[in-house]
Design a protein around this ligand. Sequence first.
Ligand SMILES: Nc1ncnc2c1ncn2[C@@H]1O[C@H](COP(=O)(O)OP(=O)(O)OP(=O)(O)O)[C@@H](O)[C@H]1O
Length: 219
Amino acid sequence: MFKGRKSMFLLRNVKYKNILEIEELYIPEKMITVITGESGSGKTTLLKMLNKMITPDRGEILFKGQPLEKIDSVDLRRKVVMLPQFPVVFPGDVRENLIAGLRFSEKKIPSDERLREILEFVMLKKSLNDDPEKFSGGEKQRLALARVLLMDPDVFLLDEPTSSLDRETGIEIIRRVVDLVRKRNKTLIVVTHDPELRRFADRLIEMKDGRVLNGASGH
Ligand SMILES: Nc1ncnc2c1ncn2[C@@H]1O[C@H](COP(=O)(O)OP(=O)(O)OP(=O)(O)O)[C@@H](O)[C@H]1O
């Protein structure tokens, strides 16, 4: 299905501390890549590397064919946005939290109508002037996802995006995100423990002890 697709990321002989050792990893563009593997296998560390939050000790990472080390981190993070497993909530109301991600971009601040639409999209029944400090973990997770969606990057890196949600809500939200990603030709890379989310994968990657079991396949 992804054969012949250009790579969004290509890793070769990458090593990071004693945490990751990846001989080869191909992540196709404009597709959905799901990364699974037991706890501690290095999934989060891999995502952080793709966003240049950490740099490998050796090896090469290409982003659209260009070495990651040559790309400015701020430029990269406009195109590649990561939603951490335990997202932060900033001081301020929901509205301020939603637009927080746009501060460093050239994008226009969306209308309140658009902001309400995005809350509806992530199934968060809150007002724009509510205080997110009082939200549950799952509500904070959805608020942070909405913030990332508004940033409209080329690549979404989602780390366990459904971990604080009930199963039904989690699956419905991912189904919506997958739909949007496909419609807009975006690239989605999602780390998950949830076997239910595997069915959305064009490319399923399994990690174990800091290694990728099927990194090179299909390209
Ligand atoms: N900054 C760090 N310094 C040292 N060790 C680290 C660091 N970050 C992560 N580790 C270790 O590296 C390993 C991989 O961690 P990582 O968070 O990438 O795994 P994971 O597969 O995402 O796990 P989980 O599914 O539990 O979130 C773990 O053993 C972790 O303790």
